[in-house]
Every structure is written in structure tokens, then in C-alpha cells.
Design a protein around this ligand. Structure first.
Ligand code: FAD
Length: 586
């Protein structure tokens, strides 16, 4: 079978012929490249149709590029509402939008439904495979050449290699997962209601377990509780006493990435609702009908029978990214490292954003260290607070995001490290004062002018911070902002090449072409069921309760990718209020 792919812009003049497409690993033969016009548009290949990719594509001025999108999923999913899909609060199709529809008004954007299976960064090509289900005639891998590659393939569930997870657990990463969970819940109830089922078996079948006390696991447990006590209890009143919802968390608290007040409120609410939160437990194995775990405090082995398990313990790396990292010398990493401009380290013209990548700040710390070395010249290793502040200003002018990284997080980490270290009290006090001054606290400023900073110690502490530096969270918010940022860079490419807008180079002359990516945190929600939501808002504001639930409704409705999904989601919420959730097994 021979298939020729030369569709509009896909290869931009390169003709590829694929032979033996039916075989497992089809051979690729590249024929002569058609001569390209000199002023051809640069080819941008975008891998993925998730938060990062869609945000990039929506903001990109595609008239100046030839854009090729590759993804096995021909639609965008509004993932924050996936837990609602698992119980039928909203329908799967209400939170998905076709990529072709999203892009229909964009010029020069092509989409092909395929999975990228290999990135060849040396030859600037990606190898793609049509998704399963293609007719024989179009089977076979194909190559796409690029000038710029945007990698936004997201992540996959992390099982931590726990035996039995792949075979027996549900994941909650995509719409298919949510729909399977929805069916499985109904199956458990229907099976438990069969007359042939024993009492013990009935109890086991209605034992629902969620592993992972992060936002997704907590939200799923809350949604399940609402489904059972708002809808299913009317349909299966005889089974309600058998229902048990368990949330297993290896840490000491659930929602531990949120403010402690939210985490405590969630734990108390779950206790009142009868959701059994088991903290400090690590799952050792998932068997066909039971979860085996270890209580970390007592070391005891516990076996919990289950009817259904949802595994939600964070994200792992996709095989494509692992392979790519090995190729570019990042084999020892967990996520693809980029610099603050989202450029993949060790690879030209490739950008990575969203859950598959992480911004590595090592250079930032190196630069800070370097600036302090300059400030320290002829100062015998000590700076007055004024000199320290001047050095900080120099850093700020180069790294506008420094306040986000240094003041709020790193400086606190510096203090924490010094607190844990056996350094003397004076040294700790110095660091704390520095932090307070940088935090613009109201303390006695006069006294602090005399403080001297021992630069070597400061740098030492910074290098320890480097090892502990936290990556940005893997959220839609980060992915979407990165997509928008990268599109801005692509849209200003020529302008910024002539007139760079980035910070001054620390070493070397002139400015960087673009300002670095700066993440703005707009807060985060944790829906806890029963029409109550907790929210961490900018400025360390906490809001919990029914009014926050209304804020959640309005934010999530406004953030929908299209008017169609917005209308459908609002319709689903209204429908649920009026008629309850649909619990039929389709
Ligand atoms: P994704 O959105 O996962 O997109 C990855 C894309 O790459 C997909 O289109 C996929 O089909 C495609 N792809 C995969 N492999 C390949 C390949 N080999 N070749 C080409 N394409 C490929 N974040 C929040 O901020 N707030 C929330 O409330 C929130 N709730 C969540 C609830 C759930 C249940 C889940 C799962 C996540 C939630 N998140 C939330 C996190 C958020 O969804 C992710 O951080 C976000 O989706 C990351 O965006 P991304 O573009 O990197 O990846």
C-alpha cells in the first residue's frame, strides 16, 4: 500500500512516500524534496490539542506561519469539569470542542489526527502515526518537517509502578476515563442489587476507593458522595447502607498544596459527610478485589476490599517525552526542561509547555550568584543592606519575575534551610531580616540599614535552594498562560529581533529578544460537594462555602472554550438542579 501525504501545508513542499504501511514498523523512504520558495512561511508543528496547545493556537497570528497540529485527540477537553462527568453532573460532550471548529477561522492551520511517536530534533522532523481505527489504506507512519516545534503533549497518570494499578484501577485523565467511571459506578449498584449477590459481596461492590488526596481525587470523592446521596439513594434505597466512600492519601493531609485552612475544612467536611479519609497510608498493591496498603505510622498492612478504584496520584512522563529527553541529553530528568523562554534545553527551535515540561531556574540562580559576585567586588565578602538592595535591583531589571520566585518562595526556603542547618543564631537573624525587608514588612527600617549580608553564605544558601526549587504546578492555568506567552513571542518575532524587548543579558551585551515567561497565579478552586467550594484567591485570600460555589460556576462557565460548550455546561447544571443526574447505563 502506498500513501502519499502532500496535503495543504502539511509537508510544505516535501513529498514523502511510505511503503509497507501494513507492517508493524513501516519503512520510511524520503524522496527528493521539492525546491522551496525563498520567502516561504516558517513551519510550526504543534503536538497536542490540550490546554497549552489550544491557548497557543488561539493567540497565534497564524497568517505569518504554516501551522500543523498533530494530536490523537481531535478535540479540546475542559479538564476541570472531568470529575463532574464521572457522575453525570455534566455530559462529556458538553466539555469538549472540536479542534477543527476552534481553528476554523484561523488561516494556515492544518490538523491531522495522529500520535507523534518520535521527535528527530537533529533533522527537525517528527514521526507520526495515525490513530488506531484508521482503515488499512491510510495505515503507516509519516514524517513532518518543522522550523519550530511546539511540544504540548501533556502527561499521563503516574502509577509509581504499583503492582495491579494498570489492570484494576480507573484513571481520571481524559473524557473516556470519566465515562468509564460513570458506567462503572452504575454497574456496581446494579450488580450489588442482584438477588444472587451475598451480603459481603454487596458491601465490597459498594466500596468506592479513591487513591490520591490532591484536587482531582478530592473532587471526585465529593462528586461521588453527591451522586449517591442526592440521586442514587432514591433509586436504590435498599443499598444505601452498604455504600462506603474511601479516600486514601499518603501524606498527612488531603489538599496539602492548598492553604491549611482549606485542607482542614475539607477534612472536617468529609468526616461529617461520612467519607472515610485515610491519611498516611501508602498503597502497596491493587489486587482484583482488594487494595493492600501500609499505614505509615504503625507499619501495619491493611487490606481494603473495593468495588471500584479511581487512581489519581499525580502525573508521569509520556514515553515520547522520555525518548526525546534521552536524545537531547536530559535522560536523567522526569520532565522536559526548558529555560524561562520555554525553549527546550539542548535542542534548537523546540519549545515545550504545559504538563510535559518544567522551567529550570538553575540559570537564574547562576545569574543571581554572578550579580552578587560583581556587587561583592572589593567589599571583602560583605554587603550592606543598601548594596544588597542595589544588587537585587540589578537582578530585578533582568528578571522581572524574580519577586515571584525569590521573595515569596526562595527567600522563605533560604530561611527554612538556615533554620534547619546548625548555623549560628546571628546568621539566621540576618537572613530573616533580609526576607522581611524584601517582603516590605513594617519592621524598624532604620535598624536594618546596618545589617551586613555575608555574600558567600547567601550564595551557599541559594545553591541549596536550587536543589529544592519547586516547579510550577501542573495546572491548566499554567499551561494556558504558557501557550499565550509563546504565541506572543511568535507574533512579535520580527519586531523583537530588530528591537529586543527582553531583559539585559547578565553576561554579554544587549538584551534578550523576549521577556521571559512570568506566571501569574489567579487562585485555585477545590469543590467539596454539597454546593460548597473552597478557593484560594490572589493575595492569600481564602473563601469557602456556598458563595464560593457560585464563583466557581461563573468562572468555569466563563472559561469555556466556545459559546456552544458554555451554553451546554450551564444547561447541564440547570438540568441537574431540576431533574437530578441521569444514572442510566448506556
Ligand atoms: P493536556 O491538556 O493533557 O493535553 C495534551 C494533549 O496532547 C492532548 O490533546 C493529547 O491528546 C495530546 N497528545 C498526547 N500524546 C501525544 C502525542 N504523542 N502526539 C501528539 N499529541 C499527543 N488544572 C487547573 O488549572 N484547574 C483545575 O481545576 C484542574 N482540574 C483538573 C481535573 C482533572 C480530572 C485533570 C485530569 C486535570 C485537571 N487540571 C486542572 C490539570 C490540567 O488539566 C492540566 O494541567 C492541563 O490539561 C495541562 O495541559 P497540557 O496542554 O499540558 O496537556
Amino acid at each position: 500500500i502506498i500513501s502519499i501525504v502532500a496535503a495543504s501545508g502539511i509537508l510544505g513542499g516535501t513529498l514523502l512516500v511510505f511503503a509497507d504501511a501494513g507492517q508493524q514498523a513501516p519503512r520510511l523512504t524520503k524522496t527528493e524534496a521539492v525546491a522551496e520558495p525563498e520567502n516561504r512561511k516558517k513551519k510550526v508543528v504543534v503536538l497536542g490539542t490540550g490546554w497549552a496547545a489550544i491557548s497557543f493556537l488561539k493567540s497565534l497570528n497564524s497568517t505569518v506561519y504554516d501551522v500543523q497540529v498533530v494530536s490523537p485527540r481531535n478535540f479540546f477537553v475542559f479538564t476541570p469539569l472531568l470529575p463532574s462527568v464521572t457522575v453525570g453532573t455534566v455530559e462529556a460532550r458538553s466539555i469538549t470542542e472540536s479542534i477543527r471548529k476552534i481553528m476554523r477561522k484561523k488561516k494556515n492551520v492544518e490538523y491531522c489526527q495522529a500520535t507523534c511517536v518520535h521527535i528527530d530534533s537533529l533533522n527537525k522532523k517528527v514521526l507520526c502515526r495515525p490513530v488506531v481505527g484508521c482503515p488499512e489504506a491510510v495505515k503507516g507512519d509519516f514524517e513532518l518537517a518543522y522550523d519550530y516545534l511546539v511540544v504540548a503533549v501533556g502527561a499521563e497518570p503516574n502509577t509509581f509502578n504499583t503492582p495491579g494499578v494498570e489492570q484494576h484501577c480507573h484513571f481520571l485523565k481524559d473524557v473516556e476515563d470519566a465515562e468509564k467511571i460513570r458506567e462503572s459506578i452504575v454497574d456496581c449498584f446494579e450488580l450489588a442489587d442482584l438477588p444472587i449477590v451475598t451480603e459481603d459481596e454487596r458491601r465490597r461492590l459498594l466500596h468506592f476507593v479513591t487513591v490520591g488526596g490532591g484536587p482531582t481525587g478530592v473532587e471526585f470523592a465529593a462528586e461521588l458522595h453527591d451522586l449517591v446521596y442526592e440521586d442514587l439513594y432514591k433509586l436504590y434505597p435498599q443499598l444505601i447502607d452498604y455504600v462506603n466512600i474511601v479516600l486514601i492519601q499518603s501524606g498527612d493531609h488531603i489538599l496539602n498544596m492548598f492553604d491549611v485552612r482549606i485542607s482542614e475544612f475539607a477534612e472536617e467536611k468529609f468526616q461529617r459527610d461520612g467519607i472515610d479519609v485515610k491519611t498516611g497510608c501508602r498503597v502497596l498493591e491493587v489486587q482484583e478485589k482488594a487494595i493492600v496498603m501500609k499505614d505509615k505510622s504503625t507499619g501495619k498492612r491493611i487490606e481494603v476490599p473495593y468495588g471500584m478504584v479511581v487512581w489519581s496520584t499525580g502525573i508521569g512522563t509520556r514515553p515520547l517525552i522520555i525518548q526525546f529527553m534521552k536524545q537531547i541529553g536530559q535522560g536523567d530528568r522526569r520532565l522536559l526542561a526548558t529555560d524561562e523562554w520555554l525553549r527546550v534545553k539542548g535542542c534548537e527551535n523546540a519549545y515545550a509547555l504545559g504538563d510535559c515540561a518544567t522551567i529550570e531556574q538553575r540559570k537564574l540562580l547562576e545569574d543571581i550568584s554572578y550579580i552578587f559576585t560583581l556587587a561583592d567586588k572589593d567589599k571583602n565578602g560583605t554587603l550592606s543592606i543598601q548594596e544588597f538592595k542595589e544588587a537585587m535591583e540589578a537582578i530585578r531589571s533582568r528578571y522581572p519575575q524574580i519577586d515571584l520566585y525569590l521573595k515569596r518562595q526562595h527567600m522563605k526556603d533560604v530561611v527554612r534551610i538556615l533554620d534547619h542547618s546548625k548555623g549560628d543564631q546571628k546568621e539566621k537573624q540576618h537572613m530573616k531580616d533580609v526576607v522581611r525587608i524584601l517582603d516590605h514588612s513594617k519592621g524598624d527600617r532604620k535598624g536594618k540599614q546596618h545589617i551586613e549580608i555575608e555574600i558567600e553564605k547567601f550564595k551557599e544558601a541559594l545553591s541549596k535552594v536550587d536543589a529544592q526549587m519547586k516547579a510550577l504546578p501542573a495546572t491548566a492555568q499554567v499551561a494556558a498562560q504558557q501557550g499565550e506567552y509563546l504565541a506572543w513571542c511568535f507574533n512579535h518575532w520580527e519586531k523583537c529581533a530588530a528591537h529586543p524587548e527582553g531583559p539585559l543579558r547578565v553576561r554579554g551585551e544587549g538584551r534578550h529578544q523576549f521577556p521571559p515567561f512570568v506566571y501569574k497565579h489567579f487562585g485555585q478552586f477545590a469543590p467539596l460537594g454539597g454546593e460548597r467550594t473552597a478557593a484560594e484567591l490572589p493575595g492569600d485570600w481564602i473563601s469557602i462555602g456556598r458563595s464560593t460555589q457560585w464563583l466557581w460556576y461563573s468562572v468555569y462557565a466563563s472559561k469555556q472554550v466556545s459559546w456552544r460548550t458554555r451554553a451546554l455546561v450551564v444547561f447541564d447544571w440547570t438540568k441537574r438542579c431540576l431533574f437530578g443526574r441521569d444514572t442510566s447505563r448506556m
